[in-house]
Design a binder for this molecule. Structure first.
Ligand code: TRP
Length: 476
């Protein structure tokens, strides 16, 4: 990241649901004017939320991708208290697309799209997955702790197996190990930068849960909180755009409008949107009208109201299409111009991506992998192994101490090996009640599992969780 001043959070365009990041319930730290909380270099970076977005590099972006993903994500990237990661998931794309020229073309187009739409590579981390080899290395470490049974239940894999079964084929016919391992690679993408939040569609929630599971297993097996467990950030306000035929705009329905179609092609496509047969002068329904919904996705609330009025007044479809076309083009034309300029200079895009990955590796990925290699035992053979006997570990374990106080009530506390109190309980009527809560705490793997007025944490929740994990490890 550069050391230049970062602008204050930009207000998103009207009618746009792009405040997903600020809705997430994390404390919001105001960004003082001219001060940059989003800088990874800044001492304040420990309190920024890290938000990570993976972009599949397949196909050519259409208006639905723009409205549903690119535009809100770019707006969110300007929130002052986040450190944002945007990457092109080109390794993932190999699972489906095995046409090298198309893979290259699509990666270029998608990188150019995000840059043209306003992603600022000196303010956010923008990189290509395959430029960070530590991601692939971490994928293997995670593969070795990931439960195969969990992967068996992944929706995409299961759907493929179900289809084979229905067709009377071998259950795994035509399924690559890449498809099966997709969630592990995705977990590595997320865990390597200790992302707190991952904005995704509902179809990806299971993948985030798996990332949590693999991260937690690794933490557990190797006895420390190496990884932050990520949360899926779902924004239900983001519009899904209808396509030319009124169904959801999607490549698989062949009803898309390419985001950067030239002006005359855009016009032709807009004029081909399906409408009903009502003539000029007849009032039109806005409800269920693809044309109206498309307009709404690009217009302010006020413009949308005026357009609805014209529908009620019986605007002709030709007029309505002309207005829609002009409204879309007003927003897209300046981006299209940038896109075309970028596409004409692929070497610049290549340089931006490489530079992003280089800085990111230096700052996070390389040191983390050095630590993880050590953690798993891929170590310098000339160094003395540290005594890690069970007995030594046991002596250093925290303990729950139950006691009865002068008020005759029953209490407990969790105390670490040095005698520091980590958790203090309130009084219970019976030792059994106290014991029950101890049982709950012993299983706590996340901070919210410790949210009860019966106890007061004396140290940060992460430290308590680490102590509890160490206890479980020793008792396993
Ligand atoms: N699976 C995501 C999708 O299909 C793309 C992706 C790959 C991703 N790695 C990721 C998304 C990591 C978020 C985080 O949209």
């Amino acid at each position: 990241m550069s050391d230049e001043a970062m602008p204050l959070p930009v207000k998103p365009p009207a009618g746009l649901a792009c405040d997903a990041v600020s809705q997430a319930g994390r404390p919001q730290y105001p960004v003082p004017a001219g001060k940059l909380a989003a800088f990874p270099h800044s001492p304040a970076s420990h309190m920024t939320t890290r938000v990570l977005t993976g972009i599949t590099t397949s196909g050519t972006p259409h208006l639905g991708n723009y409205v549903g993903a690119v535009r809100p994500a770019v707006a969110a990237s300007r929130a002052g208290d986040t450190e944002s990661f945007y990457f092109l998931a080109d390794l993932h794309s190999l699972i489906k697309a095995q046409d090298p020229a198309r893979t290259q073309r699509s990666t270029l187009e998608i990188a150019a799209t995000w840059l043209a739409c306003g992603l600022e590579p000196d303010k956010v981390w923008f990189y290509r997955q395959s430029d960070v080899p530590e991601i692939t290395e971490l994928t293997w470490f995670l593969t070795c702790v990931a439960g195969k049974g969990i992967l068996n239940r992944a929706h995409a894999y299961k759907a493929a197996v179900d289809k084979n079964n229905a067709d009377g084929e071998d259950p795994d016919a035509g399924i690559s190990a890449g498809l099966f391992m997709y969630p592990v690679l995705m977990a590595a993408d997320i865990l390597i930068f200790n992302a707190h939040q991952v904005p995704v569609g509902r179809d990806q929630i299971q993948h985030i849960e798996m990332a949590r599971d693999f991260g937690q297993r690794f933490n557990h097996v190797y006895g420390r909180e190496y990884f932050t467990l990520p949360e899926a950030l779902i924004d239900d306000n983001v519009a899904t755009l209808p396509g030319l035929d009124g169904r959801k705009m999607s490549k698989s329905y062949n009803n898309t409008i390419p985001l950067f179609a030239p002006r005359d092609e855009l016009k032709k496509l807009v004029f081909s949107i399906l409408t009903d047969s009502r003539g000029p002068g007849e009032p039109k329904d806005t409800e269920g009208s693809a044309l109206f919904q498309l307009y709404q996705a690009f217009a302010s609330a006020e413009e949308t109201r005026a357009f609805a009025q014209q529908f009620a007044d019986g605007i002709g479809w030709g007029d309505a299409k002309q207005q829609l076309f002009e409204r879309i083009d007003a927003e897209i034309a300046p981006l299209r111009e940038k896109y075309e300029a970028l596409m004409a200079r692929p070497a610049d895009i290549e340089a931006i991506l490489r530079d992003g990955a280089r800085r990111l590796r230096e700052r996070y990925a390389t040191p983390l992998l050095a630590e993880l290699r050590h953690a798993v035992g891929l170590r310098d053979l000339s160094q003395q192994p540290v005594a890690e006997t069970r007995a030594a570990a046991k002596a250093a374990l925290p303990v729950f101490k139950q006691y009865r106080d002068t008020d005759s009530r029953f209490y407990f506390k969790l105390v670490d090996a040095e005698g520091n109190v980590l958790v203090q309980s309130n009084g219970f009527d019976s030792p059994k009640d106290a014991g029950k809560l101890i049982g709950v705490l012993k299983r706590a793997e996340q901070a919210d599992a410790m949210e009860t007025p019966e106890i007061v944490l004396q140290v940060p929740a992460a430290d308590v969780l680490a102590a509890l994990a160490a206890l479980r490890e020793a008792e396993a």
